[in-house]
Design a protein around this ligand. Structure first.
Ligand SMILES: Nc1ncnc2c1ncn2[C@@H]1O[C@H](COP(=O)(O)OP(=O)(O)OP(=O)(O)O)[C@@H](O)[C@H]1O
Ligand SMILES: [Mg+2]
Length: 257
C-alpha cells in the first residue's frame, strides 16, 4: 500500500525581514538603497540576483553575509537566528578580486583554512582543491603571474576550501572572456550538484543567471524591490534558443534596461 504523499517544503536559509540600510552619501544626506525590504532565500538553491547598476545588489549580498554596513534596521535571519556578523558557514566572494599579492596560489588558497577549527582540516584538502579548480600546475605562481581566470579560480578555491554552507558571489566572472566564463559556470554547477550548497550570485548577465540559477530575482526601483521572481528550473530555460528562454529574457530586459 502506498503511504501518504509527503510534500516537504524547502527550508529557508535566509529570511530578510523589513531590512533598511542607509548610507551617508558623503554630502550630508542619507541614501537608502534598501528600505523595508523582505525576501526569503531557500536552502540548497542557487538564487541569482539581477538588476541595474547601483540598485542595491551588493548591499543585499553583504547583508546576507552579515557584513555590517551603513546604518540598518530590520534584519537578516540565517537558519532562524539573527545575523550578528560574519560566520565561517557563509563565505562571500567580493566584486573586487582580492588575492594577497605576496602569497602564491597555494598559500592564498590555504589562507581559507586559517578560519577553520583545526580538527576539521584534512591535510589532503589543499591539493584536492587545487586539483578541482585546475590550478595544481600554477600552485607556486603569484597573483601577478596569473591570468584573470586563474586568479578567479584561486579566489573560488580559497572560499570553497572552508567547506561553507553558503556561498555568496558578487559578479564573480564578469572579467572573464566568454569561454572561460562558461567553464566557470560549469564548475559552479558541478559544485552545486556535488554539494547542494546554497548559493546567491549577483550577475549582470541574464544568460548566466538563467543557466546557473534555480531562481532568478530581478531587483529594481528606488528603494529596491523585487520586480521579477522566476523559477528557472525548467530545462527549456537552459536553452538560449528556446521560446521560453527568449520570453523570459525579454521580460527581464524590459525592467533592467
Ligand atoms: N559604503 C557606502 N557608502 C555610501 N553609499 C554606498 C555605499 N555602498 C553602496 N552605496 C550606494 O548604495 C547604492 C547601492 O549600491 P550597491 O553597491 O549595492 O549597488 P549594486 O546593485 O551592487 O551596483 P553594481 O551593479 O554597480 O555593482 C549605490 O547608490 C551606492 O552608491
Ligand atoms: Mg555591486
Amino acid at each position: 500500500m502506498n503511504g501518504p504523499v509527503v510534500i516537504t517544503q524547502p527550508k529557508t536559509a535566509f529570511q530578510v525581514d523589513r531590512l533598511t540600510i542607509k548610507y551617508d552619501d558623503g554630502q550630508g544626506a542619507v541614501y537608502a538603497p534598501l528600505e523595508d525590504f523582505s525576501i526569503k532565500i531557500r536552502e540548497g538553491e542557487v538564487t541569482c540576483l539581477l538588476g541595474p547598476s547601483g540598485c542595491g545588489k551588493t548591499t543585499l549580498l553583504k547583508a546576507l553575509g552579515g557584513f555590517v554596513i551603513g546604518e540598518s534596521t530590520g534584519g537578516v535571519l540565517f537558519d532562524g537566528q539573527f545575523q550578528q556578523g560574519p560566520t565561517p558557514e557563509i563565505v562571500m566572494i567580493f566584486q573586487e578580486n582580492n588575492l594577497f599579492p605576496w602569497l602564491n596560489v597555494r598559500s592564498n588558497v590555504a589562507f581559507g583554512l586559517k578560519f577553520m577549527p583545526r580538527e576539521k582540516v584534512r591535510p589532503e584538502a589543499l591539493d584536492e582543491m587545487l586539483e578541482a579548480v585546475g590550478l595544481q600546475e600554477a600552485a607556486k605562481r603569484y597573483p601577478h603571474q596569473l591570468s584573470g581566470g586563474m586568479r578567479q579560480r584561486t579566489v573560488i578555491a580559497r572560499a570553497l576550501i572552508t567547506d561553507p554552507r553558503v556561498l555568496l558571489l558578487d559578479e564573480p566572472f564578469s572579467a572573464l572572456d566568454v569561454s572561460l566564463r562558461r567553464r566557470m559556470q560549469q564548475l559552479l554547477h558541478d559544485l552545486w550538484e556535488k554539494t547542494g550548497m546554497t548559493m546567491v550570485m549577483v550577475t549582470h548577465s541574464i544568460e548566466e543567471a538563467l543557466y546557473v540559477g534555480h531562481r532568478v530575482l530581478v531587483l529594481g526601483g528606488r528603494p529596491a524591490g523585487v520586480v521579477i521572481d522566476a523559477d528557472t528550473r525548467d530545462p527549456a530555460l537552459k536553452d538560449r534558443y528556446s521560446d521560453a528562454y527568449l520570453q523570459l529574457q525579454r521580460r527581464i530586459e524590459s525592467v533592467i534596461y
